[in-house]
Design a protein around this ligand. Structure first.
Ligand SMILES: [Zn+2]
Length: 502
């Protein structure tokens, strides 16, 4: 039909414009396509990152994918703020039944669509809107756990969920873009969470429960969760502590978490009055406001917490858990960064690759690397000392050999000479050698655009080096020794000196 032709034409035209744009970027001749450029290709011309990567590879150019992702995150942040603003003004936001504790795909119905804070009946391909459903398996960002992503399919269209947020109690806003056709209020829909990503989020979130308990066992009961962020590829966990956690403690904590993973502790949950839950010792956040009835989440009988997040069925599902770092985030708080599941396996594989690469370049087994590095550093230090000794001998030999060494006689004896020196310290060392030979006098040396003036102690009251320096250029020091940068040619500086000392 005519509509489809126009759609196809429009698509082809956009792609063509995108190719033009790509050629323009590529012709600038950089070594990499910047994150901003890759993002513009994606955002304006619909180029998936894979396409940009492929085109770039054909031309032997790389793509700054990290930069691309940070541009994406930036845009998501901007759109979230814009949308949140819209929500603040909105009335009658539909609420949803949350099915995401039990299932990752739910049959449902479109309960509402909002565009820039305004309720609308439908949205078409390319529209950026918030979709509301009667029931949804999409977890909305809260308690530090990121919102779900995925796809909502209706008989007439498909909607890509890029984030899920809670504009008000019980309301789930699916933020995203209509990718094909049209989505209409009242239509039946299948809501499917990106399950690979969500499973990784659940692993990370569940692991924080084990981490929380292991931290309290190791560091004491006063260690309570102060904050946490949970995403698909890592999680952070903040605790109050006025010191660093030692390497030994971190090992113990990590080992304890892994023990509990291997015990395959089953997940179970219950609803009970807040007071009962706390009386039974369920961990909770003091700052958090809880309702009268709370959800208590336990793994075996080892750890129970008040929690609204999503969890694995038993702790063995978490897989590998690796504490990556602990650091200060100020005001008596420490942050622990942990990676679990697939992400942990990838991390371990990456680290092993790095280690064998190092082992290869040291031509030694991995366990020998620390000793090799220590030996290399000691060797380097020894070489530096040796080099300094040789340089010293060379200077002494040059000066002592009288090679170009001329003492001029004016009101006092003085030396005005260009020498070869690679830095100011070397130049000063030369000045020392010359003054040793002159004994009483003024030594001025120039190397490149640098100069040094050294005055023997007996003459400092007559010839202050800090004043003589004005004949040479700019610099600083003491009456006995000044170094600086020439502002006139060396010959001109020496001529001025001769006049001054004549
Ligand atoms: Zn939880």
């Amino acid at each position: 039909t005519e509509t489809i032709d126009t759609e196809a034409d429009r698509f082809a035209r956009t792609l063509e414009q995108g190719m033009d744009q790509f050629e323009k970027i590529e012709s600038r001749g950089g070594k990499a396509i910047s994150g901003a450029d890759a993002f513009r290709l994606h955002d304006t011309f619909g180029f998936p990152l894979e396409l940009t990567r492929e085109l770039a590879a054909e031309r032997g150019v790389e793509v700054d994918e990290e930069g691309f992702r940070s541009e994406m995150a930036g845009q998501r942040e901007r759109s979230r703020h814009a949308v949140t603003h819209g929500w603040a003004l909105a009335k009658d936001i539909p609420t949803s039944e949350f099915t995401g504790y039990q299932e990752l795909t739910s049959e449902t119905r479109v309960a509402g669509i909002r565009r820039s804070g305004e309720g609308v009946d439908s949205a078409v391909e390319g529209d950026v809107v918030d979709v509301f459903l009667e029931r949804t398996p999409f977890y909305a960002e809260s308690g530090g756990q990121v919102g779900d992503t995925g796809i909502i399919t209706t008989p007439s269209g498909r909607f890509r969920v890029e984030d899920t947020q809670k504009p008000s109690e019980g309301a789930f806003a699916h933020l995203g873009t209509v990718i094909t056709g049209e989505v209409r209020v009242g239509e039946k829909a299948t809501a499917a969470v990106d399950d690979k990503r969500r499973r990784q989020v659940m692993r990370h979130h569940s692991a924080t429960h084990l981490l929380h308990k292991a931290l309290r066992e190791t560091l004491g009961e006063r260690v309570v969760q102060k904050g946490s962020w949970v995403g698909p590829d890592h999680t952070t966990f903040d605790i109050p502590l006025n010191r660093a956690i030692s390497k030994d403690e971190l090992h113990r904590i990590n080992r304890r978490v892994m023990e509990k993973v291997r015990e395959a502790l089953p997940f179970h949950e219950s609803q009970k009055p807040y007071k009962d839950a706390v009386a039974q010792g369920a961990m909770h956040l003091f700052e958090e406001k809880y309702g009268d009835i709370v959800r208590v989440v336990c793994f075996g009988d080892w750890t129970c917490e008040l929690c609204g997040g999503t969890h694995v069925r038993n702790t063995a599902d978490i897989g590998t858990a690796v504490i990556v770092s602990e650091s200060s985030i100020g005001s008596g708080l420490r942050r622990i960064d942990m990676v679990v599941g697939e992400s942990a396996d990838e991390l371990v594989a990456r680290d092993r690759d790095l280690l064998s690469e190092m082992a290869r370049s040291f031509n030694a087994g991995p366990e020998a690397i620390p000793e090799r590095i220590r030996a290399l550093r000691a060797e380097l230090k020894e070489k530096e000392r040796e080099l300094a000794r040789v340089r010293d001998q060379l200077q002494t030999a040059r000066v002592g050999g009288g090679d170009g060494f001329v003492v001029k006689h004016g009101r006092v004896d003085y030396v005005a000479q260009s020498v070869e020196a690679s830095n100011i310290d070397e130049l000063k060392a030369y000045a020392d050698r010359y003054l040793e030979r002159v004994k009483s006098g003024v030594v001025t040396l120039v190397a490149g655009d640098k100069f040094v003036i050294k005055v023997s102690n007996d003459l400092v009251s007559q010839f202050d080096a800090t004043r003589l320096k004005d004949l040479f250029g700019t610099g600083g020091g003491r009456p006995q020794l000044v170094s600086g940068k020439l502002t006139v040619p060396a010959q001109e500086a020496f001529r001025r000196l001769e006049e001054a000392l004549a």
